[in-house]
Design a protein around this ligand. Structure first.
Ligand code: ATP
Ligand code: MG
Length: 392
């Protein structure tokens, strides 16, 4: 069966009162944008609390479904047949044709669930349920009715036209991207930060990203890996503006001036400061990192507090309470894992001390940072002014 249309259901945004139109429009925009990338033309429209995507050319069903399954805000994707209202007898014929084509094996239990959006339709929904049930049982004697736990729930929605569908594919949930502001993701080449970006984006937040690159200590291939990860995240979040910061001079300067066991924490504090500046310029309201309590020395409670103290914007850490395996599970689900585990060094591993402090004292860290006074502000400005931007 080549379905021509999809009925797209959304959950959370249905309850948003006055904001509902804004949410629906954002969802329509995201759907249009995503479907543009696949072969085939679609018309996406909003019509009395429903979103329809209708193919206007040949298209690949699986590709379309996979694409829709990545759009936050979608609760369910229902491949649907839409027919004109040519009278009740014709509706019965159309429903039989649908059942015949969609279910090769007729050995199933079913229930008809009719809804009459158009109250002028001459038959009420209870009657439609009974009549359609009867014609299906007559035409396909292997079928059985089960009103409590049917294997097939056949939806018949009578509106200006009539929607017939029975297949409900779960969407990703969440809220449409762009309905909840914007945040700057600190994206490294690891497993955790792409997952963190995905999770915040799922709540409707648009995402920009920043990567701290330290050539020649980190290679072009490491940078390319981050670009690839940003592209993978963008399949869910929509286009990501990736800011690549050349961090080498700052890192070397910290290395020269500060105690080596404090390198990581001081470096991370400068990452946060620069990320915050870029976030302000990009109109973002928060930062996102892939930190999880206790995962490494720079992620103890004390280290997280010292990192936080370097910036004033809220820092979202959506995987903070996840075990590594739980993060890996999400990374596999969203398709970033394989790229994340490619073995290219990231800038933190080059400059790690043998015994990094695990309980940094903020006063001591600030004292160490005093040693950077002479050049650091200028270096930060240079880093910001020489950012390379890539659309992913
Ligand atoms: P990930 O798997 O995301 O790389 P990680 O376990 O390697 O995380 P860290 O290296 O301590 O942890 O980094 C913690 C967080 O800091 C990362 O999740 C990311 O948000 C940010 N981060 C670390 N290095 C960089 C970098 N080079 N560029 C941008 N962000 C970074
Ligand atoms: Mg990392």
């Amino acid at each position: 069966m080549q379905y021509k249309s999809f009925l797209i259901k959304y959950a959370e945004i249905g309850v948003k009162g006055k904001n509902r139109f804004m949410f629906e429009d954002a969802l329509v925009t995201q759907i249009r944008h995503a479907l543009k990338d696949i072969d085939g033309d679609f018309m996406v429209v909003k019509e009395s609390g429903r979103i329809y995507a209708t193919a206007e050319s040949e298209y690949d069903f699986d590709e379309a479904v996979e694409t829709l399954k990545r759009i936050f805000g979608i609760a369910a994707i229902c491949p649907m047949v839409q027919v004109d209202d040519n009278g009740y007898e014709d509706l019965k014929k159309q429903v039989l044709a649908y059942v015949d084509e969609v279910y090769e094996d007729k050995n199933f239990t079913f229930k008809v669930n009719a809804r009459r959006g158009n109250k002028k339709y001459p038959v009420n929904s209870d009657q439609i349920n009974r009549d359609l049930g009867e014609v299906i049982l007559d035409a396909f004697p292997e079928t059985k009715v089960d009103v409590h736990h049917p294997e097939v729930m056949l939806h018949v929605e009578v509106r200006n036209r009539i929607n017939i569908y029975s297949i409900v594919i779960p969407g990703p949930g969440g809220m449409p991207v762009g309905t909840n502001g914007k945040a700057m993701l600190l994206l490294s080449g690891g497993i955790d930060s792409p997952v963190a970006g995905y999770m915040i984006s799922k709540r409707g937040v648009k995402i920009d990203a920043v990567y701290f690159h330290a050539p020649p200590y980190t290679s072009e291939r490491a940078k390319q890996k981050v670009v690839d990860l940003a592209k993978l995240v963008s399949r869910y979040s929509g286009p990501v503006h990736l800011h690549i910061v050349n961090f080498t001079d700052i890192q070397l300067y910290i290395y020269d001036q500060c105690p080596h066991e404090e390198l990581t924490i001081i470096m991370r504090r400068y990452m946060m400061r620069i990320a915050e500046r870029l976030a302000v310029d990009a109109g973002a309201q928060a930062l996102i990192t892939g930190e999880s309590i206790g995962q490494v020395a720079s992620q103890t409670m004390q280290s997280l507090a010292a990192t936080d103290a370097a910036c004033t914007m809220p820092v979202f850490r959506p995987v903070i309470g996840f075990d590594k395996q739980e993060i890996v599970d999400v990374a596999e689900k969203i398709g970033t894992y394989e790229t994340s585990v490619l073995p290219f060094e990231d800038c933190c591993t080059i400059f790690v001390a043998k015994h990094p402090v695990t309980k940094p004292n903020l006063k001591m860290i600030e004292r160490s940072e005093e040693k950077l006074k002479e050049k650091i502000d200028e270096m930060v400005e240079t880093a910001i002014n020489t950012v390379e931007k890539v659309w992913c």
